[in-house]
Ligand binder design. Structure first.
Ligand code: PLP
Length: 368
């Protein structure tokens, strides 16, 4: 279907950057610099500087950033890790995949981890907390770090959706032992394919993650542990080195669009909007997703589709209620309610004013 306002528009971004992208593509391929080369190192340095940490390790996905973070922190069988159900399933999958047990807690009405629920979930086996900065809003990290400190727990931030987001003026990915970001194409900063990166101030964690992403190869001849192939392609890093120049501009634009949406939609009964940019001095949100809680959500989505506005209902079934995942022992009524109510509107820097206004008018038409 040809939407008047598509949910994402990667082709438009490519058109805007085409000259620069084709030039680096030609440059990298002409040199034959494909695996673990200079462009990757340059990208790692840019991200470490941007987040304000000592190290960044470029990887093939946000999922492997989380997985290798857990492995590098020696989390495995017999350990419990606390995270939320209301997230992309990867946040939970990595815990299971490293042999540990996920313990799921509720989120608050801004979709961040409910800090009042954490301590009740801690047992003698708990080793780590994975707070998820969903939709580009950072969890209450001061409180999470305090709880973790009190109980001697590791914190691994799932910042997959939060590159550039801040809490109390500090960047997502700089609070915990490790921060994990996704560079999936539709993220705030995305590859033309999959990618991810982890950030840390801990030299040993960075070293271990570098080994684990490359089959434990310390040098060409020395293998010091078993690992995986989780490397970011050098050509993708070169593309990211182009795109990162626009990161601040893109974040500002996302915040601007969120403000226009919020202003246009504020008087509608039946929907709940995300917090506006600058509405609370602790949070600097980057609006990876613009998510409404909507009564008659499925009808709204169908109506918008008819009007040519593409929306996303990502997880209509809460993760812990997915029959195949073995998590149905968790009772998380608020997360279940959110699964029935949330809907994402188009949100990307390339949206134009006419499209934004059209989305607002179309939502208004449905409810008014
Ligand atoms: C909250 C969250 N965690 C983890 C991931 C996994 O990242 P990736 O898709 O790059 O593996 C995503 C990706 O969408 C995500 O949104």
């Amino acid at each position: 279907m040809n939407y008047k306002v598509p949910f994402v528009n990667p082709a438009k971004q490519y058109q805007n950057l085409k000259k620069e992208i084709l030039s680096v593509f030609d440059n990298v391929l002409s040199k034959g610099d494909l695996i673990l080369r200079e462009d990757g190192e340059k990208f790692e340095k840019s991200i470490a500087d941007f987040i304000g940490v000592k190290y960044a390790v470029a990887l093939n996905s946000g999922t492997d950033a989380l997985f290798l973070a857990l492995k590098a922190a020696n989390i495995g069988p017999g350990d419990e890790v606390i995270t939320v159900s209301h997230t992309f399933v990867a946040s939970i999958a990595v815990i299971v995949n490293c042999g540990a047990k996920p313990v799921l807690v509720e989120v608050k009405d801004d979709f961040t981890m409910d800090i009042d629920k954490i301590e009740a979930a801690i047992t003698g086996e708990t080793k780590a907390i994975i707070p998820v900065h969903l939709n580009g809003r950072v969890c209450e990290m001061d409180k999470i770090m305090a709880i973790a400190g009190k109980h001697n727990l590791i914190v691994i931030e799932d910042a997959a959706q939060a590159l550039g987001a801040k809490y109390q003026n500090k960047m997502a990915g700089s609070f915990g032992l490790v921060g994990c970001f996704s560079l999936y194409p539709f993220k705030i900063l995305g590859c033309f394919g999959d990618g991810g990166i982890l950030t840390t101030d801990d030299e040993k964690i960075a070293e271990k993650a570098r080994l684990l992403r490359d089959h434990g190869q310390k040098t060409k001849t020395e293998i010091v542990c078993f690992g995986w192939n989780s490397r970011l392609d050098n050509v993708q890093a070169a593309f990211l080195n182009v795109k990162i120049k626009y990161l601040k501009e893109w974040i500002d634009r996302r915040r601007e669009i969120a403000a226009i949406y919020n202003n246009g939609l504020k008087d509608i009964q039946g929907i709940e909007l995300p917090a506006s940019p600058n509405s609370d001095e602790k949070h600097f949100d980057v609006y990876q997703n613009y998510v409404l809680k909507a009564g008659k959500r499925d009808e709204l989505s169908a109506f918008l589709k008819e009007k040519g506005v593409e929306t996303l209902i990502k997880d209509p079934i809460a993760n812990h209620q997915q029959p195949g995942l073995g998590l149905s022992h968790f009772n998380l009524p608020y997360s279940e309610k959110l699964a029935r109510e949330v809907i994402s509107l188009p949100m990307y820097p390339e949206l134009n004013q006419e499209q934004i206004e059209y989305v607002i008018e179309s939502v208004k038409k449905f409810y008014c």
